[in-house]
Design a protein around this ligand. Structure first.
Ligand code: ADP
Ligand code: ZN
Ligand code: ZN
Length: 746
């Protein structure tokens, strides 16, 4: 990770005439000069939001990035319409780190700042009220209480007689809000601001740490006053979360804030409840399911130091931390930490940059660490903490490979697998059937002529994009652009009636299992069945802990503790063994270990069955023989020999246009500019323009240019030198283009 530079110099106060240089959220790599608003109090505006005139009649909200001398600016300057913050909203470490992020992603500062702010703040609304409001009985109310008629208002008045109630609690009591308003109207109760923090609940004690956990906690605590990355590399169920909890408790005891980043599907009510119960303080959650106003309130609470512990997904990495103590990234290998559009940041990497600037330890936890982090640990840049044993009573699961070559398959499941599922159910256990493909079947094929259903918007003559069969075989859907259509009654090419779904997705597996085990509950969990945020919770709650079968995708690979799970069956992994993406083996290894880790989390021993046509594949052999670390040790030298990250550094320039010539033409100009920017040929390897892995999507032709450099600084130097030319090229305005530094999907 490159160092965080200190903030750019800002002109000292009060030259005769100053301009404010404003960062605006538009894709132009520059700041915009404005005159200060009339009557401004002259305090330093850097980091304050301003509303400025922009374009013909428009206005935009931006952030003042610097103050400069007006003499250097052109004569005709517009004036800031309004200063929105009396004191800087973004300042100190956060502003410096965001300046670093803009430089690192080669994005306009204004876009980086806009990405960091929740919607309402981005749009110029004031920092929301985060005080704790509640209700108390007025003096009149206390006097009148004895004479009040029975009913809701009286019930509430009686409760308030023993002390005020905060609004959250009030909201949980049936009819209490209306009762409160009715009391207020009669002057019997009043709405008041309560003391800032909820009386801390009793923190419940966790299990006694084992020796490895204790050593990990000790190492984190020893680094409590400085920047220190720590890789907490512990098998699933080894008690990593217990280590976080101890480190956070220490952080709270020292009066510091803790930030915990988790993958999108890891932030469950279960997780939050565990943190709240164990820490005995309010824990703020920040995730994509929150309303905009709520996100802004969490941001404000963090900025005011009221939020002591925040557990959040990717964007929580942008929260201000005025009293920082610790940053934790759980499941640090998870792909959801990388933002795939707009400012393409990686929350783990940015958390490390912030940890360095804040001088706090950063704990990266995983059972399957990314090869990037493992390499950093090997090189001694990160402390490497190992938890080799499952905590408590849980035993590691037994993994067995089922060779399905030449076996008769039903929805892709072999007879051996059905038999094993039957045995597990008879023994009172729960079964997870894991298949990383949702829908009914991946392809619809005509058995008479070979026609198959392709998405008309995403396919080209050379490259088809199959539509997935859904709704028990009645609907076709493209998983790339969302296009839907009915399954035709007859083949559009030959008119034949032998249209057959090929392969099996989760829906079809669910049907086959229901047919085989008619008396058993079968619950499917994938993006199709859980479109609403709480749907997965509900389905899992219904599933409970009686015997039954769960069918699911990636969504089930982590997060929830399924204590009754005794058998995990993994099917359909073979395509991952033969992918063009150099990260495919790493992703597959992580997925297999994470899914297998679901089994036997509690007292019962777990079994994992892996169904494959390639039982002798080296990846499977290494993984099953030596576990994830054996895989990583074999894979890292292969990556290095092939010139792939983490030993090299990449950036991807992507372009799309209606015609492929236009997209590629732009990329050729970019390639030439990059070549000119390098003083010698070893600095940068440029491949492309090449078609993107999905060469056509939703009617756009897509191409890409991949840059690989042995040295990160030289990659950035080449980009810095070439990007002005690329931005200025007229071709750049005929395409949609983007730059992705450290791309994770090639
Ligand atoms: P991880 O985060 O590594 O998956 P957790 O911290 O969730 O592991 O722990 C897995 C389970 O083991 C949890 O139910 C937890 O309460 C329990 N556990 C963790 N540490 C201990 C310990 N030292 N003794 C007994 N049980 C433990
Ligand atoms: Zn046909
Ligand atoms: Zn499509």
């Amino acid at each position: 990770m490159p160092p965080v530079p200190s903030s750019e110099p800002t002109a000292a106060a009060a030259p005769s005439r100053t301009v404010w240089q404003v960062a605006l959220p538009i894709p132009l790599p520059r700041l915009f000069d404005y005159l200060p608003p009339a009557g401004d109090d002259g305090s330093d505006p850097v980091g304050c939001r301003v509303r400025v005139p922009f374009g013909r009649n428009g206005e935009k909200v931006g952030v003042v990035a610097a103050v400069a001398d007006a003499d250097a600016a052109p004569a005709e300057l517009k004036t800031v319409a309004a200063r929105l913050d009396p004191a800087p909203l973004l300042h100190g470490e956060l502003l410096d780190s965001l300046r670093w992020l803009a430089r690192y992603t080669h994005a306009p500062l204004g876009e980086a700042l806009a990405t960091a702010l929740p919607g309402p703040l981005r749009h110029g609304e004031p920092l929301p009220d985060t005080r704790r409001w509640g209700w108390r009985l007025s003096e009149a109310g206390a006097t009148a209480l004895a004479a009040m008629r029975a009913g809701r208002p009286r019930e509430l008045a009686e409760r308030l007689a023993s002390g005020p109630l905060d609004e959250d609690t009030l909201g949980t009591i049936d009819g209490a809000r209306a009762a409160a308003r009715s009391l207020e109207k009669r002057g019997l109760a009043e709405r008041v601001v309560l003391a800032a923090s909820r009386a801390p609940g009793a923190a419940s004690a966790g299990p006694t740490l084992n020796a490895e956990q204790q050593a990990a906690v000790d190492t984190v605590l020893a680094a409590r006053d400085r920047f220190q990355p720590l890789l907490l590399d512990g098998v699933t169920g080894s008690g990593k979360t217990e280590v976080y909890l101890h480190a956070i408790a220490d952080c709270l005891a020292r009066g510091r804030q803790a930030l915990v980043l988790v993958p999108e599907i890891g932030l469950t009510p279960q997780t939050l409840a565990r943190f709240r119960a164990r820490l005995g303080v309010g824990v703020h959650a920040l995730h994509s399911g929150l309303a905009d106003g709520e996100r802004a309130r969490v941001w404000a609470a963090a900025a005011r130091g009221q939020a002591r512990v925040v557990v959040g997904t990717r964007s929580a990495v942008f929260l201000p931390l005025p009293e920082p103590g610790l940053i934790v990234i759980d499941e640090e290998h998870d792909g959801s930490f990388k933002q795939l559009d707009g400012i393409r940041y990686h929350a783990r990497d940015f958390a490390l940059v912030r940890g360095k600037a804040l001088a706090v330890p950063v704990v990266l936890g995983s059972a399957t660490p990314s090869l990037e982090s493992l390499r950093n640990a090997q090189l001694g840049r990160y402390a490497h903490l190992r938890l080799r044993q499952r905590a408590g009573a849980a035993r590691p699961p037994q993994v067995r490979v089922i060779d399905v070559r030449k076996r008769p398959l039903d929805a892709g499941l072999s007879p051996e697998l059905f038999a094993a599922i039957g045995r597990a159910l008879d023994a009172g256990g729960q079964v997870l059937v894991f298949k990383n493909r949702r829908g009914y079947a991946p392809v619809l094929l005509c058995h008479d002529c070979g026609w198959s259903a392709q998405c008309p918007r995403c396919s080209t003559e050379l490259h088809g994009t199959p539509m997935t069969v859904h709704a028990g075989g009645r609907r076709l859907q493209c998983h790339h652009c969302g296009a839907r259509q009915r399954v035709p009654d007859a083949c559009p090419d030959c008119g034949g009636l032998s249209l057959q779904p090929q392969g099996a997705g989760t829906e079809r597996i669910e049907d086959a299992l229901k047919a085989r085990f008619p008396d058993t509950r079968v619950v499917r969990i994938d993006r199709g069945s859980t479109q609403r945020r709480d749907a997965m919770e509900r389905l899992l709650a219904e599933f409970g802990d009686a015997p039954g079968i769960l069918v699911g995708t990636q969504m089930l690979a982590k997060g929830h503790d399924l204590a009754g799970l005794t058998l995990v069956a993994v099917v359909g992994i073979d395509e991952g063994l033969f992918s063009a993406d150099f990260r495919a083996p790493e992703k597959l290894a992580q997925l297999l270990i994470q899914v297998a880790g679901r089994a036997g989390r509690a007292q019962r021993p777990g079994e994992v069955l892996l169904q494959t046509h390639h039982p002798d594949h080296p990846l499977l052999a290494t993984l099953l023989g030596g576990g994830y670390h054996a895989f990583a040790e074999a894979e890292l030298p292969l990556r290095e020999a092939a010139g792939f990250p983490p030993s090299t550094h990449m950036a991807m320039l992507r372009a799309e246009a209606r015609q492929v010539e236009i997209a590629e033409g732009f990329l050729r100009i970019a390639r030439d500019a990059l070549r000119d920017a390098c003083d010698d040929d070893t600095a940068l390897e440029i491949s492309g323009p090449l078609p993107a892995p999905m060469p056509r999507r939703a009617g756009y032709q897509r191409a890409q240019l991949l840059l690989t450099a042995p040295d990160r600084r030289r990659l950035h130097a080449a980009l810095d030198a070439a990007l002005p030319t690329i931005h200025a090229a007229p071709e750049s305005r005929k395409v949609r283009w983007s730059l992705d530094v450290d791309p994770i999907d090639l």
